[in-house]
Write a protein that binds this ligand. Structure first.
Ligand code: SF4
Ligand code: ZN
Length: 369
């Protein structure tokens, strides 16, 4: 891609323009949600540094992300799910946790070793989840092995993380880095922080890890980076190249032990949705996801991907015939980290995907829907 000139970043253009568009799209939102119910909760299996574990994933309903209220990321529709008024009380948050525990009791084989908490924002931002609520939630899950909490890098600091390690929990911070390219993060995703902020957050996690003790029995602290495959305005091949370099950059950052690559899907009330509606965006091919996982199998980190909405027009997809097979191979790779899982899958549409990678460019997106 060409280098930007300074005038592109004048007011009303660049990031300001992205935010203006995103604010007007989000204003179309009408739904309101009950602050005493979590947005979503489900049971699954996850690959962790200690092996595969049964996991309880929680999307807490909080006031939502402040960046989303300013406009926010081009692909993120989560603000459409947050609570009207922007604040959820301690009591309401704890009622959400009670409802999560009931779901777990009804659906899991006992207590899940791994608990993952997302908030459609930052769990570590005290304007979203107060220190009182954070500590009460840490108490609730103190009998588990590992906790993952989502946060923007700004809110990651060693003292906050001690709330979890003091209770004996291995702790990971999930950071929506999206890409290690500052240019793509700013211009395609419209996310404001820099890769250096992510590196600083990893350094804080390392400091928290050391403070928690260095014996094998002491809690570990690390970072799980979330990458976004194919934000708008990138061709299929540019998206693949961006992910390959991002996976390696993350794996080389000390403190970051896992990389989770999310293929972009088309969510309501987003700029991606507008582009998609006008025929200007196609989610990534599942072949691209497989290609990145296979190409980076030697990276020094756990690299996984969990394509959401696979096989649908709004989610990552191939030709529809092979989507389930490729998705299964990806899930298999997530658990085993063995690139040979991709040797067995074939489909005629692979030739179309190869042609797209070769011929699609910024001015003809998307070449094939
Ligand atoms: S992706 Fe994260 S930072 Fe961006 S708008 Fe959504 S919740 Fe906020
Ligand atoms: Zn196919």
């Amino acid at each position: 891609m060409s280098e930007p000139s300074p005038e592109v970043y004048e007011e009303g253009r660049g990031m300001d323009a992205h935010n203006q568009v995103m604010r007007s799209i989000r204003a179309e939102k009408e739904a309101e949600y009950d602050p005493r119910e979590p947005t979503r909760v489900w049971i699954d299996e996850d690959n962790t540094p200690n092996g595969v574990r049964e996991s309880l994933t929680i999307v807490l309903n909080t006031g939502g992300c402040r960046w989303a209220r300013a406009g926010g990321c081009t692909m993120c529709g989560y603000v459409a799910e947050s609570v009207e008024g922007g604040e959820v009380s301690h009591d309401a948050l704890m009622a959400q946790v009670d409802s999560v525990l009931e779901h777990e009791e009804a659906n899991a084989d006992g207590l899940c070793d791994l608990v993952k908490i997302y908030t459609s924002g930052s769990f570590l931002d005290e304007r979203e989840v107060s220190a009182e609520s954070r500590r009460a939630i840490a108490d609730t899950f103190a009998d588990r092995e590992r906790i993952v909490v989502e946060s923007l890098p700004d809110f990651v600091d060693r003292e906050t993380l001690a709330d979890f390690t003091d209770r004996g929990l291995d702790t990971d911070v999930a950071i929506g880095l999206e890409t290690t390219s500052d240019r793509i993060r700013r211009d395609c995703v419209n996310k404001y922080f820099a890769f250096s902020d992510f590196e600083e957050a990893c350094a804080e996690a390392r400091a928290a890890d050391e403070a928690a003790g260095t014996d094998d029995s002491d809690p570990d602290v690390g970072v799980k980076a979330y990458l976004l495959m194919k934000p708008p305005f990138l061709s299929e091949q540019e998206a693949i190249d961006d992910m390959i370099s991002s996976v390696y950059d993350c794996a080389e950052t000390e403190g970051c032990h896992t990389v989770s690559m999310n293929p972009c899907n088309v969510q309501r009330y987003t700029m991606v949705d507008e582009l998609y509606f006008q025929g200007g965006y196609r989610p990534p091919w599942l072949w691209s996801v497989a290609d990145v996982l296979e190409s980076t199998a030697d990276a020094d980190a756990i690299v996984i991907s969990d394509p959401v909405g696979h096989g649908s027009d709004r989610g990552p997809h191939n030709c529809k015939e092979c989507d389930d097979r490729v998705q299964r191979a990806i899930k298999d790779f997530d658990l085993r980290q063995d690139p040979s899982v991709f040797d067995q899958i074939e489909c005629e549409c692979e030739a179309t995907w190869e042609a797209v990678c070769e011929r699609e460019a910024g001015y003809n997106l998307p070449l094939v829907q």
